[in-house]
Ligand binder design. Structure first.
Ligand code: FCB
Length: 470
C-alpha cells in the first residue's frame, strides 16, 4: 500500500531538518586499519553465539573506503542532514593514550565532504563502540571513563566543531546499560543489574560533564543526547498490568528524562532497585541536568507489558516488522506529546525511525512498500505532534544503508539503500525514491504558499516558523 501524507509542507516549519542516520561500527569496517584500536563490539562479536549470523564489523559496508560514494548517495536523496557517529577507538585507540591522526583525518574528510554537498553534519560521540582498553578497566562502570569521555568530546569539538551542526553525547544509554550490562545480549555482554544501573549513572554524568566542558571550550554546535523511548502500555486494564507499566515506564523513560530535565531520579524506581540503585555523588544531578540545545528521540514501536508473562505482539493484529516490532505510528505522536507536556524540553528531533523488512533485489531495484509505508506513517505522526504544539526540529530515517544490526548481524535490513555485501554495491530501494520525492514535494509546496502553522498557547516554535516563511 502506498501512503503519501497529504499536504505535509503545511505543518513542517521551513527550518525543519530532514536526514538519514548511521553509526560507525555498523557501516565503517576497516576494523584494524590506519591505527584503529579495538572496541567492545569487536571483542563481543568474537564471543561464540553472540551474533546471530556469526558475523562482525570487520568489513560491514566498507564505508571507510566508500565514504565519497555514500555521501553522493545521501546528497542524491535531497536530505539536508546526516547523522553519523565517530568510532572512539579509531580516533584514540586505547581511549586514554595517544590520538590517532589518521582516524581524526577520516572524520575531517567526512565532515568537509558533507559541507561541500550542503548537508549538515550531526555527530554522535558514543554510539556504543567503547575502546576495549577502557572496558578492561571497568568501562562505563568505572567513574573515570566519564573523564576519558570528556577528553574525547573536547578533542572532537576542537577538530570539527566549527563545521558540525550538532553533537550528541550518547546514543541510547538505556541500551548500553540494560542490553549491554544487565541482559548481556549486547557488548560488553555482562549480566548484573547493579552494574547496569551504575553504568546508566556514569553515562548521564559524562553527558553533563561533556556539555559543561564543551561550552567552556566555546563549542558552537547544538548539544544534546539521544534516548530510545516508547509509550508503555499495559496489556490489560488489570491493576497489576497497570502498575507494571508504570514501573517499566520509570525504567525506560523517567530514569533518563527525570535526571536530565528535573534533576532527580524517579523515587519509585529507586525504591524498586533497592541495593542495586547507583552510587551518586553530591553535585552529580546538577551536572546531569545541565540544559541541552536539543533532545533526540529514537522511536520504533510502543511497548506493551503484562504482569503475568510476555505480551504476544501478534494479538493486536497490526503489522510486525522483521525485528518482531509492532508497527505503531500513533505511539510516536503520543510519546512526543507526553514529553512536551511533562518536561521542559528543548526542540526535539526524531533521530532514528525506520523498519527492518525482508527485501528482494529484483531487476536492479528493491520494491519495499512496507518500509515506505512505515516511514510515511511516522512522518505523519510527527506532523500530528507539531499540529498540537510540540517543538520538533527534525526527522531522520534509520538507516541510510543496510548494515550490521548488532546482535542480529547482517540478517536484518533497515536501509533505504540496499547493500549487496558480496560486492558492496548500493541500490536505492523504492523507499529511498519515495523519501526523495516526498522531500521534493515538500520543497515545492513551500515555494507555492506560506506555511500556516496553527497558533497554539505554548508554541513559540510555530510563531518562529510563520515568521520564517513570511
Ligand atoms: C537503535 C540503534 C541503531 C539501530 C536501530 C535499529 O537502537 O541506535 O544503531 O540498531 O536501533
Amino acid at each position: 500500500m502506498q501512503h503519501v501524507p497529504a499536504d505535509m509542507a503545511l505543518i513542517f516549519p521551513p527550518s525543519f531538518v530532514w536526514g538519514v542516520a548511521t553509526s560507525a561500527f555498523q557501516i565503517e569496517g576497516a576494523a584494524v586499519e590506519d591505527g584503529k584500536g579495538s572496541s567492545i563490539w569487536d571483542t563481543f562479536c568474537r564471543q561464540p553465539g553472540a551474533i546471530a549470523d556469526d558475523s562482525d564489523g570487520d568489513i560491514a559496508c566498507d564505508h571507510y573506503h566508500r565514504w565519497q560514494e555514500d555521501l553522493d548517495l545521501i546528497a542524491s536523496l535531497g536530505v539536508n542532514a546526516y547523522r553519523f557517529s565517530v568510532s572512539w577507538p579509531r580516533v584514540r585507540p586505547t581511549g586514554e593514550g595517544a590520538w590517532n591522526e589518521k582516524g581524526l583525518d577520516f572524520y575531517e574528510r567526512l565532515v568537509d565532504g558533507l559541507q561541500a554537498r550542503g548537508i549538515k553534519p550531526y555527530l554522535t560521540l558514543n554510539h556504543w563502540d567503547l575502546p576495549e582498553q577502557l572496558q578492561s578497566k571497568g568501562g562505563w562502570a568505572n567513574r573515570d571513563t566519564a573523564q576519558r569521555f570528556v577528553e574525547y568530546a573536547l578533542r572532537m569539538d576542537a577538530r570539527l566543531g566549527d563545521r558540525v551542526q550538532a553533537i550528541t553525547t550518547h546514543n541510547e544509554p538505556w541500551v548500553i546499560s540494560v542490553l549491554g550490562h544487565k541482559r548481556g545480549v549486547f557488548a560488553p555482554g555482562l549480566k548484573d543489574r547493579a552494574v547496569a544501573m551504575q553504568v546508566s549513572h556514569h553515562l548521564l554524568l559524562s553527558h553533563g560533564l561533556a556539555l559543561h566542558a564543551l561550552r567552556e571550550q566555546g563549542c558552537k554546535s547544538e548539544l544534546g543526547i539521544v534516548l530510545n523511548l516508547a509509550p508503555m502500555h499495559p496489556a490489560t486494564d488489570s491493576a497489576d498490568d497497570q502498575s507494571k507499566a508504570v514501573l517499566e515506564d520509570g525504567l525506560l523513560l523517567r530514569w533518563y528524562m527525570d535526571p536530565l530535565f528535573k534533576g532527580h531520579y524517579p523515587v519509585d524506581v529507586l525504591e524498586h532497585l533497592g541495593a542495586d540503585a547507583p552510587r551518586v555523588q553530591s553535585g552529580d544531578l546538577e551536572i546531569i541536568s545541565t540544559p541541552m540545545d536539543f533532545l533526540g528521540i529514537n522511536y520504533y514501536s510502543r511497548s506493551v507489558v503484562s504482569s503475568v508473562g510476555t505480551w504476544d505482539v501478534h494479538t493486536s493484529g497490526r503489522e510486525v516488522t522483521d525485528m518482531g516490532w509492532e508497527v505503531y505510528p500513533e505511539g510516536l505522536t503520543e510519546l512526543l506529546l507526553r514529553i512536551h507536556n511533562d518536561y521542559p524540553v528543548p526542540p526535539m528531533y526524531v533521530t532514528e525511525n525506520g523498519g527492518a523488512f525482508k527485501d528482494h533485489l529484483v531487476d536492479g531495484g528493491v520494491n519495499d512498500p512496507l518500509r515506505k509505508d512505515y516511514i510515511a506513517r511516522h512522518i505523519d505522526a510527527v506532523s500530528a505532534a507539531i499540529r498540537q504544539g510540540v517543538c520538533m526540529a527534525g526527522y531522520m530515517v534509520w538507516s541510510l544503508l543496510d548494515n550490521f544490526e548488532w546482535a542480529s548481524g547482517y540478517e536484518k535490513r533497515f536501509g533505504i539503500v540496499h547493500v549487496d555485501y558480496a560486492t558492496q554495491k548500493r541500490t536505492l530501494k523504492d523507499s529511498a525514491l519515495w523519501y526523495r520525492s516526498f522531500l521534493q514535494h515538500q520543497a515545492a509546496l513551500r515555494q507555492q504558499r506560506p506555511v500556516t502553522l496553527p497558533r497554539t498557547a505554548h508554541s513559540e516554535w510555530n510563531t518562529v516558523a510563520i515568521g520564517d516563511s513570511a
